[in-house]
Design a protein around this ligand. Structure first.
Ligand SMILES: CC(C)(COP(=O)(O)OP(=O)(O)OC[C@H]1O[C@@H](n2cnc3c(N)ncnc32)[C@H](O)[C@@H]1OP(=O)(O)O)[C@@H](O)C(=O)NCCC(=O)NCCS
Length: 186
């Protein structure tokens, strides 16, 4: 199965594996309460981000189900690292995957997350032969829900208070895209 050795390129972005030198840029993202508001973790310390980077450095391939491809999003023009995008391979038998994404707030509102997620979904449908890719978000995370809708994903579920996190009940939207629908769109 494929290893991402050379970056996936889009019009404005490079999606590439994480490297140790991403520590400062990633710490600037994952330490922010506004970024972490609807994610599972609390804002991370620099030491915690160093451990995250170490883990992410090895997440450059989808060898088998259960693997996560985790890529840094960098601007093509400057090389500045502005966020991350990932694809989880949930099931080989059922050809199911899931996308995730995070952008530094200075770079939100420009379509970069949509561009990155679109590229990693194309990778999943083409290289891993996925049949269905889902994206989930807290039902209050309107920027994330808008992104998934912009990509043409269909809202399939609204789980009410399905998880207890950070001292509150969380409700979740589940969006999905089938390969045939993706092919029709692109
Ligand atoms: C979720 C998240 C990645 C969305 O980022 P984003 O910048 O809003 O998403 P996009 O890259 O798709 O940008 C879309 C916005 O850019 C605007 N835009 C400007 N130029 C654009 C272009 N060339 N192409 C597309 N959109 C463009 C769109 O109109 C849209 O604005 P709107 O949402 O106000 O309508 C971001 O809010 C984030 O990182 N949040 C914190 C982490 C998080 O919650 N992650 C998701 C967990 S489920």
């Amino acid at each position: 199965m494929p290893t991402v050795t050379s970056p996936i390129q889009t019009d404005r972005l490079l999606l590439r594996p994480f490297v140790a030198a991403d520590l400062d840029a990633l710490a600037n993202i994952l330490a922010r309460p506004d970024v972490m508001r609807y994610l599972d973790d609390d804002p991370l310390t620099r030491d915690e981000v160093a451990a995250v980077i170490h883990e992410r450095e090895g997440m450059n391939r989808l060898d088998t189900q259960g693997d996560t491809l985790m890529l840094a999003i960098a601007l093509r023009d400057s090389g500045v690292m502005i966020g991350s995008v990932n694809l989880i391979w949930h099931s080989q038998e059922h050809a199911q995957g899931e996308v995730g994404y995070t952008l530094h707030p200075d770079h939100q509102g420009k379509g970069y997350a949509s561009e990155a997620v679109r590229a990693i979904m194309t990778y999943g449908f083409r290289e891993i032969d996925l049949h269905r890719i889902v994206g989930t978000c807290d039902d209050r995370n309107s920027a994330s829900a808008r992104l998934l809708e912009r990509l043409g994903m269909r809202r399939e579920a609204h789980f009410r208070e399905h998880a207890w996190r950070k001292g509150e009940w969380r409700s979740q939207y589940v969006y999905a895209m089938l390969r045939d629908a993706w092919r029709d769109l692109h």
